[in-house]
Design a protein around this ligand. Structure first.
Ligand SMILES: [Zn+2]
Length: 330
């Protein structure tokens, strides 16, 4: 499985630069993409064009769109220092992070201590919001003095930055392969597979089920979604939060008139910040989510109104404590 960062452009043998869009046009027109090389001056390794395609997955109502990209050919690797060198980027992130949170292991791998993030997100509010007093029994060693609170807020801020950088890197890669090989996720004594922490759109249902199973003590998850809509509370509304909704995942059931949906939303009182994420933008979000549902809603079928379709909504909502928990994928 490939370990590289997905690329948007590359050069052919003659040094001409081709973007993903140009290469897609070439293949759509029945042509073949030329042999390609990485366009970073320090690199030049062999890369290949992967045209966009649709993938059918079991129980999914719509095929999953896999957008076109340029990735490594089998056996090829970016030179150290190349801007597409994912391993190099991981080293830079690690060098800038708190060793208490992202530490080196004896075998050369690194370990991300998610429990510190989990406890930090559960314990207190950040920048401006009053600390919420939750003593769940998980908060052993909770800071007592004002100085300790400030120190631990600064620390949480640094953990959030590191996590955001790692997740953007993961979202830019072709697969889990690189990060899974170099970075171990640990939650207390438990080692967490990447598949139980990082969820793209096609696995929103698995994320919902996992968070639902966590009950009152959910562990942090990361989700990649594309922005679909923004909702602001109308004047006089009792609730204060605005909502940024991602494109839901739809899943078939045995009954053709019954469809399950998995909807990911972000709730936050700062409407201008949340509304600033443009439609169709790809975002990565992480933190402690809340689940609700399943809630059934029956409405007439569009082409044949004598029949009705039942939608079974499953909602996953993130109320971020820090704006660092939502990042736009470049
Ligand atoms: Zn390269």
């Amino acid at each position: 499985m490939s370990k590289g960062i997905k690329m948007r452009a590359a050069r052919d043998r003659h040094g001409h630069r081709h973007t993903v869009e140009e290469l897609q046009g070439m293949t759509d027109g029945g042509g073949t993409a030329p042999d390609l090389r990485c366009d970073d001056p320090s690199c030049g390794c062999d890369v290949r064009f992967v045209p966009r395609y649709q993938q059918n997955r079991a129980n999914r109502i719509e095929p999953v769109d896999v957008p076109a990209y340029i990735g490594l050919t089998r056996g090829s690797e970016h030179a150290a220092g190349c801007r597409y060198d994912a391993s190099g980027r991981l080293k830079i992130i690690a060098a800038q992070s708190d060793p208490e949170f992202l530490n080196s292991l004896e075998d050369g791998k690194r370990e991300l201590r998610l429990l510190a993030l989990h406890n930090g997100l559960r314990k207190h509010g950040l920048s401006g919001s009053a600390p919420t007093v939750i003593d769940s029994g998980l908060t052993a060693g909770a800071p007592k003095t004002a100085t300790e609170v400030i120190t631990s807020e600064k620390r949480l801020d640094s953990y959030l930055r590191t996590t955001a950088d790692l997740l953007v890197l993961r979202a830019m890669c072709e697969s889990d392969a690189l990060l899974a090989a170099e970075l171990v996720l640990r939650l207390g004594t438990k080692r967490l597979p990447w598949k139980q922490f990082f969820f793209e759109h096609d696995r929103f249902d698995e994320a919902w089920e996992l968070v639902a199973k966590g009950g009152n003590n959910p562990y942090p998850v990361a989700l990649v979604g594309s922005v679909r809509s923004f909702h602001q509370p109308p004047a006089g509304a009792k609730y204060k939060s605005s909502f940024l909704n991602c494109r839901p995942l739809y899943r078939k059931t045995d009954d053709p008139m019954r469809i399950e949906s998995f909807e990911v939303s972000i709730a936050h009182p700062d409407a201008s910040w949340l509304g600033g994420f443009p439609p169709d933008a790809e975002i990565v979000m992480f933190g402690l989510c809340k689940v609700s549902g399943p809630i059934e809603n029956t409405s007439p079928d569009k082409p044949d109104r004598t029949r009705s379709v039942t939608y079974v909504a499953h909602k996953l909502t993130l109320t971020p404590k820090s704006k660092k928990q939502i990042v736009l994928i470049p």
